[in-house]
Structure formats: structure tokens, C-alpha cells
Ligand binder design. Structure first.
Ligand SMILES: N[C@@H](CCC(=O)N[C@@H](CS)C(=O)NCC(=O)O)C(=O)O
Length: 345
């Protein structure tokens, strides 16, 4: 089996990652399409990278190659078993190719950096399509699929294309690091691709945010001191789910929630998100807050705690009255005046 690919082709990179996931013996031949005659024309009438030759069959179109490899080499499976989820994988690869890979390639072919408009568009669409990534390991859920083999080469190239994700969108870099740490990814890189993101090894060290550890510490300190730990949350942050009854009391895109064990149930925090259940008007609601949406945490009684960052409004620790109380029972908090918070960078 031979895969022909250029040294920097994004789609070729995706197929190389699939091959490495399958741990199959395959020759990867790096080709130069500018050579005359184009070496791929022998196999593919379009002369495009990637092209796969496997015994008597030749395939091109990266999604076709990727699915063929998954059919031909079933372990580990990279497609879900059921038709609906297989359809989701196919749709996401289609969108990834159409909205991102093809457009970036067009700039590459002209030897130009992508326009600012395209970079902004990619940033926005990554943010909106990737907003659930903080709840799961991979793009479509907790199973690694072919979609991740297409996302990895794209995410690897973001800094190369000067596409800078907003700092509050940390779940995508965390997801990217999860992909880059796979052997199949590092083994799939050509020497040119390896140089595209030299800072990755350093950034990886930052992958574990200290924020959840600090939230846990301040929450425990407040509860052990018979005080009330209050979480300050940016309500518009993608992936925040707070029931409408609580949202009504948000002030300037910020809501303060009592997260004392007495006020909530099933508090569950990991490096990406906080979840808990609470009651409003006797009804149980499940709250979901990506860690990046947390602006700070402090004790209501001592007005002491930590600010992680300011909200979109630009206010910082000098934020005074955050919102009015609704009831003593739910997690909504009483008016807070000038907590003495320390800004943690
Ligand atoms: N839709 C194709 C696109 C493949 C493609 O256009 N590849 C580029 C290289 S990344 C190419 O071969 N361009 C032709 C050229 O540079 O002459 C796929 O997904 O494989």
C-alpha cells in the first residue's frame, strides 16, 4: 500500500494520521506536484495529493481514502457503528474540508497568508462548532473518529496561518493537545509539518489549567470557615447552561452562584467544566459551566477570593453589586459589595 502526499498537504496529513492509527505497513511517498510531469498523474487524473494505491485499487479524495482505510483495516474502528453517527462523521468531514481545509489550501496554492476575513471566519466557526468540546474528549464525543484525524492537521496549522483563538476558548487547544499527544499524530508529521508548530511542546505544559484547583481550594476554605463560596460566571460564554430563572438575575453578562454544598447537589468539576444540580421553584435543574466561563470565586461573608479574568464588560475585581437575591434556597447570590479579590494571571 502506498500513500502519495505532498509534505504539507492538510488532507494528505489527515490520511497519514489514519494510517498511523491503524498501525499498518504503508509506504508514504512525499511527492512534489510542481515536478514535471506531475508524478501523481500516473495514478490520479487530477494529479492531486493525497492518492492511495492499494494493490489493484487507486483512491483519491481524502475522505474516500480515510473511509476506505477504515473499511479495509477495521482495528481500531474510526467510524461509529450506527448509521446516524456515521452520517455525523461524514457531515463533519465535509464541513471541515469545505469551510476550512479547502479555503486555506487555496491561499497556500497562491503562496499567500489567508486573509484576515478568512482567519476570523475560521475562528468563529471553530468556536461555534467546537463549543461542546469541553464536555467530551473528541470532536464528536468520547470516541476518537475520522473527524479527529481531519481536525488535528487543521489545528496544528493554526499558528502557521496566524489564526489565533480567543484566550477564553481554551477547550479547543486542550482538545488539540490531546490529538497532538497521540503517537499516530507525531508519526504522521512530515519534516515540513513538524516545523510548522515548534512551540507546541512548550504550550503543552500549560495544558492543565490551575483554575479548577483554585476553585476547589477556595470553595473548601469558604465552606470549612462556615462561609458561602460564590462563583462568578460569564453567562454568554459558549457552553454555559444556567436555567432561565437564574439568567434573569445576570447583571452585565455576569451571574453569581452560591456553590455551597447546602445550596446545590452533585457538584462535579474536572479540568474543563463544572456541573451541579439545583432547585428553582421546586424543580431540579442541571447547571453546566465551562471552566473558562468562571471569572472568579470568593467568600460572600469575607469578600475575599480570586479573580481569574474580567468579563466581556471589561470589569475586574472592582465589580461591586453583582446581582440581587431571589431566594435563599437556590444558588443565586445576594448582592455583593466590593469583594477584596486577588487577580490571578
Ligand atoms: N478534495 C481533495 C483535495 C485535494 C487537493 O486539492 N490537494 C492539493 C494538495 S493539499 C493538491 O493536490 N493540489 C493540486 C496542486 O497543488 O497542483 C481531497 O480531499 O483530497
Amino acid at each position: 500500500m502506498t500513500l502519495y502526499s505532498t509534505v504539507s498537504c492538510i488532507e494528505g496529513h489527515a490520511c497519514r494520521m489514519v494510517l498511523n492509527e491503524k498501525e499498518v505497513e504503508c509506504d508514504v511517498e512525499f511527492v512534489n506536484l510542481r515536478q514535471s510531469p506531475n508524478p501523481i498523474l500516473e495514478w490520479n487524473p487530477y494529479g492531486e495529493s493525497p492518492t492511495l494505491v492499494d494493490r489493484e485499487i487507486t483512491l483519491y479524495g481524502s475522505h474516500i481514502i480515510a473511509e476506505y482505510l477504515d473499511d479495509r483495516l477495521p482495528h481500531p474502528p474510526l467510524m461509529p457503528p450506527d448509521p446516524a453517527n456515521r452520517g455525523r462523521v461524514r457531515m463533519m468531514i465535509y464541513r471541515c474540508q469545505r469551510d476550512w481545509l479547502r479555503q486555506l489550501r487555496e491561499f497556500d496554492e497562491k503562496n499567500r497568508k489567508p486573509s484576515k476575513a478568512l482567519r476570523n471566519r475560521i475562528c468563529r466557526s471553530l468556536a461555534s462548532l467546537g463549543q461542546f468540546i469541553s464536555e467530551q474528549q473528541y470532536w464528536l464525543g468520547n470516541d476518537f473518529t475520522l473527524v479527529d484525524c481531519f481536525m488535528a492537521p487543521l489545528l496544528w496549522r493554526l499558528s502557521h496561518y496566524d489564526i489565533i483563538l480567543p484566550p477564553q476558548l481554551k477547550s479547543i487547544p486542550l482538545y488539540a493537545n490531546r490529538l497532538f499527544a497521540r503517537d499516530s499524530f507525531s508519526n504522521s508529521l512530515s519534516h515540513v509539518e513538524r516545523e510548522m508548530n515548534l512551540s507546541w511542546g512548550l504550550e503543552q505544559v500549560l495544558a492543565l489549567s490551575k483554575v479548577p484547583y483554585l476553585i476547589e481550594a477556595i470553595r473548601n476554605w469558604a465552606m470549612d470557615s462556615h462561609n458561602t463560596p460564590q462563583l462568578v460566571v460569564e453567562t454568554d460564554f459558549p457552553g454555559v447552561y444556567i436555567p432561565p430563572q437564574a439568567m434573569k438575575h445576570a447583571d452585565n453578562g455576569v451571574v453569581v452562584l452560591n456553590i455551597h454544598d447546602r445550596a446545590i447537589d452533585k457538584f462535579d468539576m474536572n479540568n474543563d467544566r463544572i456541573q451541579f444540580a439545583t432547585r428553582f421553584s421546586g424543580e431540579i435543574h442541571h447547571i453546566h459551566i465551562p471552566i473558562q466561563a468562571v471569572l472568579g470565586i470568593f467568600s460572600r461573608e469575607q469578600h475575599d477570593g480570586i479573580v481569574f479574568r474580567s468579563g466581556q464588560s471589561g470589569q475586574t475585581e472592582e465589580r461591586g453589586s453583582l446581582n440581587e437575591p431571589v431566594s435563599e434556597s437556590g444558588p443565586l447570590e445576594k448582592k455583593v459589595t466590593k469583594p477584596h479579590l486577588q487577580l490571578v494571571k
